[in-house]
Design a protein around this ligand. Sequence first.
Ligand code: TYD
Ligand code: MG
Length: 447
Amino acid sequence: MEPEQARRRASSSREPARAVALSSVDPLGASPRPTGVGELDRVLSGGLAPGSLTLLYGEPGVGKSTLALQVLLSTALLGSTALLVSAEETPAAVRARAGRLGTVPAALLILSATDLDDALAAIEEHRPSLVVLDSIQTLRAAGAPGTAGSLAQVRAVVEQLGEAARSSGAAVVVIGHVTKEGDPAGPRSLEHLVDTVLAFEGDRHHRLRFARAVKHRFGPTGELGLFEMTAAGLVTLADPGALLAAERRHEVPGSAVTALLEGSRPLLVEVQALVARPTGGGGRTSASGVDARRLASLLAVLECRVGIELAGLDVFVSATGGLRASEPAADLAIALAVASAAAGIALPESLLVVGEVGLAGEVREVGGVDRRLAEAERLGYRAAIAPVSSPAVSADLEVLRVTSVTEAVVAARRWRHGAPGTATNSHSLGAAPTGTLSAWSTVPAAS
Ligand code: TYD
Ligand code: MG
């Protein structure tokens, strides 16, 4: 059967649509139901809406199935019927994993199937309030051409699931793997067909995981849900700042801490840079967790506006913890991390760096600077290099207001912190590659 025919057949089996007075519609009709996973509810502004279709995507191994299983378990624990359609893992494997995550309530059903029609029949039969299908790449819609995972197939699967969600009132979540960028059957091609797109991210070699709504029909996007992958599944990361603090090496050249604002929550992240003489051709730039184009323009600013020679050198920059420091507010920290690495001089340990950098080397205002500074103060930071307009947030945090990257370099070098038990000057640490000793080295350190 052609997909067009299948759709027509599906719609002819329904009651014809009728117009009603808008005032008679229950405004709570689409209100979300909490998933029981607090960090996810935060991202979804309350939970999953009945009758909605959500695409949960992420790289293989990041923890999508684990997150979904935890949501299913907590939904079932609250007494609602929850259904997992597993097209990838055997029921025994899922059962073993569920057992490690907690109690397995009888209200959690599992269907091992790759045929979408079997899944639709199970939804029809059991009327679950939550359905998770794992994954879109392994489900097959009869009537659509191509093999499972092809563009035609994933589209047909998503369209039919959207229909099933609306008609059954279930919140339906379908998991998708992201493969390489530009995959035609990838999540971006499905975005307009679903109500919510949730990205689950994180470095597989690190414990930190984040959930963010890329699209959300029922509320704002931008909130970040933070998790830690543990032996007992994903747990809420109560204090991400503390996690970062525990891993930071003290006073190493090339390290700067900035504060990102993820949704309403400030998050401190370390930016690391390494400037090295090339081993091969030279002049390579590598960015991880940092936008590559942004980095290229910041390197040009350092070279042309600050006088730091980087030409022909290899520059590596990364944001630690698998986080993405893609906000413009991270610019100045990236610039100072590179400057610090090039000069072989560490920034003070308890210094926060916040600010957007313009092409003239000027430091620009960033949004929510007060919240960023307050978070740094809470975590024991003693000073912050920040744009001129920044307010004072606490007597314990000295705000060093700067108008340019050059001023920031000078401020970092001059500020002498009094954190107990830590070294104050560390310019003997590390050695800069020959020929890179920058303007920074000529700024006298505080005495
Ligand atoms: P998984 O949810 O299967 O990832 P995805 O569905 O995105 O491919 O889990 C990924 C990894 O998480 C897996 O390699 C093992 C690890 N893990 C834990 O560390 N703790 C746990 O409790 C579970 C269930 C998995
Ligand atoms: Mg999986």
